[in-house]
Design a binder for this molecule. Structure first.
Ligand code: B1M
Length: 210
């Protein structure tokens, strides 16, 4: 098995320590940083994303795979900067104002990072103004809003309105998701993309930057 394949396989099994060692080994053997990232770490995370979508693996599996990816990224990150590998795009993500649920949002973030996107995580209870000002500050192409409560999902409309108010509506894609959210709601508030799960959210985000 090639070392890149080994990285991918071990990542899928959540073996953080092994992934870290293999990434270092691949660097020592002269593999390009971009190749280690794309054919090792991101390839492994894509498999997990697909399996998660098909209910073949569950939340804890994704969390430990993401931990393994982060372990590998610790080694790669400083080299990515010097080798000039750029993120495919920037996403600002958060759970909307009044809502403290973050497990799903964190999964979305991890999946997006697993697709090579830069993700600015604003955390929970994020007001509309913060989503928009952060998108401007980081020149983000996507604002991604998560909500788990029927009482807070309406806050997503405020994000759309705030983006209009601050003059960036035509420059930013607004993605919405979370258990009570659906396609119809997405359309009704004038958002752009509804994603039912974390893997779809990452797939859709990549398409935006393609
Ligand atoms: Co809360 N809670 N909770 N809770 N909680 C729910 C959501 C609830 C359905 C439980 C119930 O009554 N059956 C209910 C909401 C009812 C409703 O609004 N219709 C509820 C309630 C009522 C509350 C409180 C009001 C309870 C109270 O205090 N009386 C309170 C509210 C606090 C607040 O937010 N202001 C509350 C608090 C909490 C805890 C803090 C205890 C805890 C959250 C801990 C945390 O997140 N760190 C909690 C939990 C854990 C849950 C349940 C049990 C699990 C949620 C979860 O993490 N699921 C939940 C019941 C349930 O769902 N079974 C419940 C796993 C996660 C992976 O799924 O977040 O749906 P999910 O994410 C999915 C997709 O939705 C999607 O991707 C993920 C998977 O791929 N997705 C996106 C999510 N965000 C996305 C964004 C995208 C795209 C996809 O694009 C941007």
């Amino acid at each position: 098995m090639s070392i890149l394949n080994e990285i991918s396989q071990n990542l899928q099994q959540g073996k953080a320590k092994v992934v870290k060692e293999l990434v270092q080994k691949a660097i020592d053997e002269g593999f390009e940083v971009k190749q280690i990232l794309e054919e090792g770490l991101l390839a492994g995370m894509s498999v997990i994303g697909e399996k998660f979508k098909n209910n073949e693996v569950y939340v804890p599996d994704v969390l430990i795979a993401a931990r393994a990816m982060n372990a590998g990224m610790e080694i790669l990150k400083p080299l990515l900067v010097t080798s000039g590998v750029k993120a495919k795009g920037t996403v600002v993500i958060g759970t909307v104002k009044g809502d403290l649920h973050d497990i799903g949002k964190n999964l979305v973030r991890m999946m997006m990072e697993g697709q090579g996107l830069e993700v600015i995580d604003l955390g929970i209870d994020v007001p509309a103004e913060k989503f928009v000002s952060s998108a401007i500050e980081h020149n983000a192409g996507i604002i991604a809003c998560s909500a788990l409560l029927t009482t807070t999902m309406g806050e997503m409309k405020n994000v759309v309105e705030e983006a209009k108010k601050q003059g960036i509506r035509d420059k930013v894609t607004i993605m919405v998701g979370g258990a009570p959210v659906n396609e119809k709601f997405c359309e009704s508030i004038g958002a752009d993309i509804y994603a039912p799960d974390a893997a779809s959210a990452a797939e859709e985000a990549v398409k935006v930057f393609a």
